[in-house]
Write a protein that binds this ligand. Structure first.
Ligand code: F6R
Ligand code: MG
Ligand code: MG
Length: 368
């Protein structure tokens, strides 16, 4: 059977009332474009949003990094941008860093995650979308779900899961090309942890089953400010994860989100925020945050998608959300101070540079 590819391509091309959520007309424009122009090219699609970001999930037989698929999504975002401008939406076309498409959306602004798979008899997978944070936000949940029996009971109970997983980790500080390392769990979990503890620099790009050789995870790795050289919005990553059988169960992948790890992002992309698991199509509010993550579950058969199941739409996650809100309050109590705001190198706005330059001239060196 021909392989099926799942492609998620995501961009912020404008939103209502600041960086809150896309307009209905904008969403419809993107969706209709994919539906019409994707005929004969894609098998199925889903269009949704998390915060101010629109995600296009397509299924097709063209493989990862395919020009036609990437162009379809890029052009859908361009069509959306036109509407965003007409409506006067805020940040219209913000993530489209180039106007002329060439080859592949990687490096052009949108986030991309793709999985080329041999469909199993049943093929359940998860689509994660985060807003007001950056790609390293998935580091800890992935580490725990794929290496720690405290979250993944399969590592003890299921022999094929127990064989472990290979992590492909990217050093995104290197911008000339993709710089990656492959590390095997469980043997190298301390090395994996040593890298993943720094989510601004080292990001999980993919995870592979050692039992079957199959790819289980594909996560987006683009850091916009590394491309544009200046602040153009936070990266708001996306991720695809196959689940069950020889891979972690859906609940094992979801379990670490209980921890609501503190991630970079939030207001002006310059603060630390607990990562709050939210229902699908959730908007942004308080202090342009907190950072949020949604997760939709699907099954796919010969490229045809089921409707989505909204994994964080459950009473259990209401409790976690409440905890995340409390943690958010705690960190917000100290405003701009210390750990509440990101270190200088990660601040997404340049204004402070001028302030510090001006103040530097006013420092005096005291005589002993
Ligand atoms: C963070 C984000 C927002 C904006 C903030 C200011 O990723 O999108 O927090 O940084 O609303 O936005 P501007 O500078 O566009 O007025
Ligand atoms: Mg966003
Ligand atoms: Mg935005």
């Amino acid at each position: 059977m021909a392989k099926i590819t799942l492609s998620i391509i995501k961009a912020d091309i404008g939103s209502i009332g600041g960086h809150i959520k896309p307009s209905q007309r904008l969403l419809e424009t993107v969706e209709n474009y994919v539906k019409e122009k994707g005929k004969g090219l894609i098998i199925d699609y889903y269009v949704g949003f998390t915060g101010d970001d629109i995600s296009i999930l397509t299924t097709h037989k063209k493989g990862a990094g395919n020009t036609k698929i990437h162009k379809l999504c890029f052009d859908a975002f361009l069509a959306g941008t036109k509407v965003a401008k007409e409506q006067g939406l805020y940040g219209a076309g913000q993530d489209l860093l180039v106007t002329a498409f060439s080859g592949n959306v990687k490096g052009m602004g949108p986030q991309v995650a793709e999985l080329e798979i041999e469909e199993r008899t049943a093929e359940p997978f998860l689509m994660f979308m985060a807003d007001k944070t950056d790609p390293g936000a998935f580091n800890l949940p992935l580490y725990l779900a794929f290496t720690d029996p405290m979250h993944n009971a399969g590592l003890i109970l299921a022999p094929r899961v127990k064989e472990g997983f290979k992590f492909v980790i990217m050093d995104v500080s290197y911008t000339k090309a993709d710089k990656i390392i492959t590390l095997a769990a469980p043997e190298e979990i301390y090395n994996i942890a040593a890298l993943l503890r720094d989510p601004e620099r080292f990001i999980v790009e993919s995870i592979w089953s050692r039992a079957t050789g199959e790819q289980v995870v594909s996560a987006s790795t683009t850091r916009l400010h590394n491309i544009a050289g200046k602040y153009v919005g936070k990266d708001d990553p996306v991720m695809l994860v196959r689940t069950q059988k020889d891979f972690p169960a859906t609940g094992e992948i979801l379990s670490p989100y209980t921890l609501t790890p503190v991630v970079a992002g939030f207001m002006r992309g310059s603060h630390n925020s607990p990562l709050m698991p939210v229902k699908k199509n959730t908007s942004i509010s308080f202090f342009d945050g907190p950072a949020i993550v949604s997760c939709l579950a699907f099954c796919v058969k010969e490229g045809k998608l089921t409707e989505s199941a909204d994994t964080f739409d459950h009473p259990y996650w209401d409790y976690v959300r409440e905890q995340a809100a409390q943690e958010t309050q705690e960190i917000r109590r100290q405003g701009f101070f210390g750990a509440a705001m990101l270190p200088y190198s990660e601040l997404e706005y340049g204004g402070i540079v001028e302030t510090l330059k001006a103040l530097d001239k006013r420092f005096i060196i005291k005589k002993k």
